[in-house]
Ligand binder design. Sequence first.
Ligand code: FAD
Ligand code: DHB
Length: 389
Amino acid sequence: MRTQVAIVGAGPAGLLLGQLLEQHGIDTVILERRSQDYVLSRIRAGVLEQGSVDLLDKAGVGTRMHGEGLVHDGVEFCFDGDKYRFNFRELIGRTVMVYGQTEVTRDLMHAREASGAKTIYEAEDVSLHAFDGDHPKVRYVKDGVEHDISCDFIAGCDGYHGISRASVPEEALRTFERVYPFGWLGVLVDRPPVADELIYAHHARGFALCSMRSPTRSRYYVQVPANEAIDSWSDDRFWDELRRRVDPETADNLVTGPSIEKSIAPLRSFVAEPLRFGRLFLAGDAAHIVPPTGAKGLNLALNDVGCLAESFTEFYRDKSSAGIDHYSERVLKRVWKAERFSWWMTSILHTFPDTDTFGRRIQRAEFDYLVGSKAAQCALAENYTGLPV
Ligand code: FAD
Ligand code: DHB
């Protein structure tokens, strides 16, 4: 088989890249290790920056998002029970959209099906070859039979545990990492959200987040120690813990119910540099991870492939390699700013095992400074709603 761009991974990054390239008449094949149903069953991010919304519109997959997504003008922080609302629209004239990653993925899958572009699900043993030359190849096994795809470029959109970054010689890659000593225990429930907007809560017992997917479906998180056993968290224990970490009004208003999904996500900051190795390009979680505080992971992935699609389009349409030559440098600048913001949000909102009384006072001072300073609020608003591309 032959294609122009072979894409590894049918997460949001791989699917959006495929859609943007197909729009420009560039042929793609996507290889995905899991089944389509499995990909759609993963509950992950929920908040889209305005730039991500624009990009999904540009890709022609924004209709359902605009119908069903919830535009939020701001968020609330709750520090030891004291609440403050940051109104992004008033501060900087920007907003965010609450629309789940699962729905973004579903919309992109439907668009790909409609375009007739090829996606191979349950592709096993995917391996990348000769990407340091002009004729790269991707090999995979489907139903026990080995296949080769010849291509011009390979896009590694296969997440943190994928094969793409692992295929790069170790000496060609520089990595930066911080692992946090806790995770987020998340619960999805078919009950109305406790508030109209998201509440990020700091408490001595740990962080909590009240989020949502729709007017009838809520998503809640509490910070738990790293390596926590999920079986030790009954629904009742989860709701009790959440109530303790938020302000009394929120605790009283919380509508609980049986969880329809419950999982623990570890927290990590990670960046691999550079993002290009000959004809292999990394994008999304394959290249970088942020802790979820600040909701940047999905947004970064979408922005990466927006830039990569522009670069490939320039290559084929304008016969210019300027875009692909600058892809890594261009994307990494923004990635590091999101890494900084996610690290900062994580640092002020979580309880760290080694945080002493001084550290707690510093966290409180961060909150008080935000509450008292319009400049600090604008900085939060700019970063949360998404820095310019
Ligand atoms: P992925 O979504 O990981 O997609 C990669 C795809 O590649 C997957 O479908 C995978 O099956 C496939 N793949 C992997 N290896 C191979 C292979 N060898 N061959 C072929 N295919 C392969 N972000 C937030 O902003 N908020 C959140 O609440 C949040 N929660 C998260 C919870 C979890 C458990 C995880 C893992 C991430 C979470 N994130 C969250 C991050 C966000 O979901 C990611 O940033 C986003 O999914 C990145 O998209 P991606 O397409 O780059 O990678
Ligand atoms: C959600 C996840 C986040 O990481 C975040 O900052 C906000 C919302 C969510 O899953 O709804």
